[in-house]
Design a protein around this ligand. Structure first.
Ligand SMILES: [Zn+2]
Length: 176
C-alpha cells in the first residue's frame, strides 16, 4: 500500500473492517421496562443474522449508545455504531439522507409521545385532584376561576405544547 492510500484509510478500517460501508437500518434500545426484553430481541432481529457487535456499545468508539445505527461493511458483516460515529462512515449522500430521515422520524415520535403523556397527565389530574384544584386560584388570577377551570380549559383547548406547559403550572401550584 502506498502512502497516499494509507492516508485515505477510513477510521472504521481498523475497528469494523474494510468498506465500502452502507447504512442498513437503525434501532432504539428502550430504557428498561417490563417489555424491554422484547425490545432487545426486536433490535437484534432488525440487525439480522450477520450482526457482529455494537448493540448498546458503539462498535467503533466503545461509547454506550441507545440509538444504534447499523452499518454493513464490505464483507457483509453488520455492526452497530452511535450517532457521532455514523457520520464518520463516509457513505454516499443517499445513505446519509437515510440516516437523517431516521433521526427526524425518531424526534417526531418523541414529540408525539410527549404530547400523549401531557394529555394523559392533565386528564389524570382533573379526574383525581378535582377537589384540590377547585380550591386553588387560576394561574392568571381570573376572577372567580380556579386552577380546575384552567386545567379543564387547557385540556379541551390547548395544543400539545400548551398542555405540556399546563401540567408544569399545575404541578407547581399544587406543591405550594
Ligand atoms: Zn462511536
Amino acid at each position: 500500500m502506498n502512502t497516499q492510500a494509507k492516508n485515505l484509510q477510513h477510521p472504521f478500517e481498523k475497528t469494523l473492517g474494510a468498506g465500502p460501508y452502507r447504512f442498513v437500518g437503525a434501532v432504539q434500545i428502550r430504557k428498561p421496562t417490563a417489555t424491554s426484553m422484547d425490545n432487545y430481541k426486536s433490535c437484534y432481529d432488525a440487525a439480522g443474522p450477520r450482526f457482529v457487535t455494537g448493540m448498546g456499545t458503539c462498535a467503533h468508539c466503545g461509547m454506550a449508545i441507545m440509538n444504534v445505527f447499523l452499518v454493513e461493511i464490505g464483507n457483509g458483516d453488520v455492526f452497530g455504531v452511535g450517532c457521532d460515529c455514523i457520520g464518520k462512515v463516509g457513505m454516499a449522500p443517499q445513505e446519509i439522507r437515510k440516516v437523517d430521515a431516521t433521526v427526524k422520524k425518531w424526534n417526531k415520535e418523541k414529540q408525539t409521545l410527549k404530547a400523549f403523556n401531557a394529555r394523559a397527565d392533565l386528564e389524570e389530574m382533573i379526574e383525581s385532584q378535582a377537589e384540590v384544584l377547585g380550591k386553588l386560584p387560576h394561574p392568571m388570577d381570573f376572577e372567580g376561576k380556579s386552577l380546575l377551570d384552567y386545567a379543564v380549559y387547557m385540556d379541551r383547548c390547548a395544543g400539545s405544547a400548551g398542555k405540556q406547559r399546563a401540567v408544569k403550572v399545575i404541578k407547581k401550584a399544587m406543591a405550594i
